[in-house]
Design a protein around this ligand. Structure first.
Ligand code: AMP
Ligand code: MN
Ligand code: MN
Length: 323
């Protein structure tokens, strides 16, 4: 079975590097740090690459041990966590140079780019997959590992509220609570705290938000200039896309964020009901999950808006026909 092969490769490897997707969220960071701690229990000493570390996650164990770069030639094994494709993997050069590669993920758009792939698209978070993996490996999930894992689960489920949440999610959380993991503190730190910059960005996106297509689309954006003006740091844009879908009647929330290369925008989409935003993002070379997905599109704001809304409208028309 895949997990036995993964264990064999871990045992064989003298040097291991752990990698995750760009603009890392709580699931990416929780997976990396939880995996680092778990591998340490197996006598390994893996390196973790994170280049943009959102400061709200700096309470996590091992967060001051992460590296921006090490020796690219050094690794027997590279493990990619919470990342659907090699293009989005930070440190993909380490992955490409490693002697063996493993992908553990929960994105339905994962294109199986590892030598060994352990992908479960129905898992609500990569961290929840890791909890199962660690149990299979008989690694004790202690308070530190539990804190990392729960951070991923809480952030990727929006605080246990998205549909992907399973009975196991709650059972596992209850188990962690019994072990002493401070569930309410994690929740408060990762979901109930806005940095000042994020709050300033929130004011701007609310002011600009347009409700289009008979109330079914919420659209807003931020530019490089905005981020500069509010002194935004890594992760300060996280969560802004969620606001649009709170509006009654909205089926899809669209949020654009200008990239460093100014003629490109990162598109984030969230869906409330039946529209699969991962399929829409896939058209533009991106992907994600049915209700949360992203892609990169070239152009200025107006051009990118037009391109994405054209595709969204096609999907909205389909549900009109279904009714
Ligand atoms: P975001 O809007 O960046 O929060 O991303 C929403 C979900 O889609 C996350 O699970 C991301 O990992 C995934 N995602 C975002 N951008 C891309 C992309 N360009 N390609 C594949 N998956 C993506
Ligand atoms: Mn993620
Ligand atoms: Mn995830």
């Amino acid at each position: 079975m895949t997990l036995d092969t993964i264990m064999e490769e871990i045992k064989k490897a003298n040097s291991i590097i752990l990698l995750a997707h760009e603009s890392p969220d709580g699931d990416a960071i929780g997976s990396l740090l939880g995996m680092k701690l778990a591998l340490q229990k197996l006598g390994k000493n893996p390196d973790v690459i994170i280049r943009e570390f959102p400061k709200i996650f700096s309470f996590l164990p091992e967060s001051d041990e992460v590296k921006e770069d090490t020796d690219v030639e050094k690794y027997d094994l590279a493990i990619s966590l919470d990342c659907a494709d090699l293009k989005r993997l930070v440190g993909s050069e380490y992955f490409e140079k490693a002697k063996k590669t493993i992908v553990i993920d929960h994105h339905s758009s994962n294109n199986m780019y590892g030598d060994i792939n352990f992908v479960n698209p129905v898992a609500p978070a990569c961290c929840e997959i890791l909890a199962g993996v660690f149990s299979y490996f008989n690694i004790d999930i202690d308070v530190e590992i539990g804190t990392c894992i729960l951070t991923g689960i809480i952030t990727d489920t929006g605080g246990f509220k998205y549909q992907g949440v399973t009975a196991e999610t709650f059972e596992f959380t209850a188990e962690l609570l019994r072990k002493g993991v401070n569930v309410s503190e994690i929740y408060q730190k990762v979901l109930e705290t806005r940095t000042k910059a994020n709050f300033e960005l929130l004011k701007r996106i609310l002011k600009r938000m347009e409700i289009l297509e008979e109330g079914k689309i919420a659209f807003t954006y931020i530019t490089n200039q905005d981020e500069k003006e509010v002194n935004a740091e890594a992760g300060d844009h996280e969560g802004l896309v969620e606001i649009g879908r709170e509006v009654e009647g909205v089926e899809i929330s669209i949020f654009l964020r200008q990239k460093d290369n100014e003629s490109k925008y990162k598109v984030s989409m969230r869906s409330t009901n039946s529209i699969n935003v991962s399929d829409i993002c896939y058209i533009f070379g991106g992907g994600g999950h049915p209700k949360a997905a992203g892609c990169l599109i070239s152009g200025n704001i107006e051009q990118v808006k037009e391109k994405i809304i054209k595709e969204v409208k096609k999907e909205l028309d389909k549900i009109k026909v279904d009714l």
